[in-house]
Design a protein around this ligand. Sequence first.
Ligand code: SF4
Length: 133
Amino acid sequence: MPDIPTICCYCGCGCGLYLHVEDDRVIGVSPSRNHPVSRNNLCVKGWHAHEFIHSPKRLTRPLIRKKDRLQPASWQEALELTANRLLHIKEHHGADAIGVLSSAKCSNEENYLLQKFTRAVIGTNNIDHCARL
Ligand code: SF4
């Protein structure tokens, strides 16, 4: 299989890399020589960006805590629960009782959407980013 061009998922720099695949498994990465951001470089995290892909510990579906145990749930169930809980908090305690933390692993566009959702839909300016934690 040819190398797969993609973006490192570990931070917002967005370095370009290639995933190397063998026997249907991602076995390594190398930097993209011509990528305008990284220009043939990766930091130590980027060189290991593939290692979680096949981990059995990886979360691949939502989990909802029921009776003190995390149980697998559908996305529909998890999103409905989250929306209902946010609505309940907002109605009973006000929008400023809610805070949102975004992630350096998201794209700029995703971070923009999350701050827009926080301010325009939830109605609070309590939005921050994991890079400041
Ligand atoms: S290689 Fe390093 S600097 Fe580049 S996106 Fe990944 S974590 Fe960020």
